[in-house]
Design a protein around this ligand. Structure first.
Ligand SMILES: C[S@@+](CC[C@H](N)C(=O)[O-])C[C@H]1O[C@@H](n2cnc3c(N)ncnc32)[C@H](O)[C@@H]1O
Length: 306
């Protein structure tokens, strides 16, 4: 067993096994997460963070909990998204280096990608240069002025907007309502950390003993740089105020058991498939990724992970 020191914590290879979601995260984030978590994820902080990020694996390393990017897409994302694709025009918010654009490009006649960071968009332009159906935009982190009213069939974002606070989400939702065609859909992964505000108020006071209590599995103090002001209920309220109807909200765990994330799907009000929202608490999301990682290990054709 090899010992490592990461972010000031002494960890063994046993601790770094992918099935331990949080510890895996310690391995793949190259900077001091505790300092980073002390910062509020504003648009400026996001811009700086993702401009400075090394992007060595183009973001693929964030799929290691699933074994491969393919497994995360086919095993976790597509089963939740399949009813909405293929779609005419797909808008992806915050694609980074195109981890999901790679799949979306084959599911729409036209794909629009919008990111806050120039180098992400430049990388995608190079990566997808053979694809003639993708258009590329850098934005201010909250508005979509470059997209005409009522022109989009599906809006998608995963593993990005968890880091943006309620003001940004509210602004984006207003824009989603404007750019969606009547009867279009949205699939947005966002933070639900605000639901645990009281828990974190208490746990933050135990900073002197965080590591020990965490190892004893008595607390989970890691916020994974989630936006503390966002909740599933706020997403529903902002959507309703903007003229959208939330369909499903799946609250999921990221790290251990706290449901600090949420996937919200929505359509336009009075759309044929508009219905009362369904809210699901899923504390087994990490178990799902563990299962898929084991499957991907068992069935992969070569020793090299894709
Ligand atoms: C963790 S990366 C994820 C990228 C991609 N979704 C993936 O899963 O590989 C976060 C991305 O979100 C972008 N981002 C952060 N805040 C944003 C905002 N307010 N508007 C648009 N893009 C944003 C960053 O520039 C970065 O490319």
């Amino acid at each position: 067993m090899v010992n490592h020191t990461i972010c000031g914590l002494k960890l063994s290879t046993k601790d770094l096994h992918p099935s331990r979601g949080r510890d895996k995260l310690l391995e793949i984030y190259p900077f001091n997460l505790s300092n980073r978590e002390a910062r509020v994820p504003t648009i400026d902080e996001n811009k700086k963070n993702w401009e400075d990020y090394h992007w060595d694996t183009h973001g693929d390393i964030w799929s290691e909990g699933w074994g491969t990017v393919d497994m995360q897409w086919y095993g976790t994302l597509l089963p939740r998204l399949h009813q909405f694709v293929p779609a005419g025009t797909i808008l992806e918010i915050a694609p980074g280096y195109g981890r999901w654009t790679h799949y979306l490009q084959n599911l729409g006649d036209s794909i629009i990608i919008v990111d806050l960071v120039q180098k992400c968009i430049e990388y995608c332009q190079e990566r997808f240069r053979e694809s003639k159906n993708i258009s590329y935009h850098v934005n201010d982190g909250k508005s979509l002025a470059m997209i005409p009213n009522g022109s989009v069939d599906l809006i998608f974002s995963f593993d990005s907007l968890v880091h943006v606070e309620e003001d940004v989400i509210q602004n984006y939702i207003g824009e989603f309502a404007r750019v969606l065609k009547p009867g279009g859909y949205g699939f947005i992964h966002h933070s639900n950390l605000g639901e645990y505000a009281d828990y974190f108020k208490f746990v933050d006071k135990l900073a002197f003993a965080h590591d020990a209590l965490y190892r004893l599995r008595l607390i989970d103090h890691y916020k994974h740089w989630r936006a503390s002001s966002m909740t599933a209920d706020k997403f529903d309220r902002f959507a309703s105020e903007a003229g959208l109807q939330v369909l499903t909200q799946e609250k999921i765990n990221w790290g251990r058991s706290l449901l600090i994330d949420c996937i919200s799907t929505f359509t336009t009000k009075n759309a044929p498939h508009a219905r009362t929202r369904r809210v699901i608490a899923n504390p087994h999301f990490r178990r799902e990724s563990d299962y898929l990682r084991d499957l991907s290990g068992a069935y992969q054709l070569t020793d090299k992970q894709k």
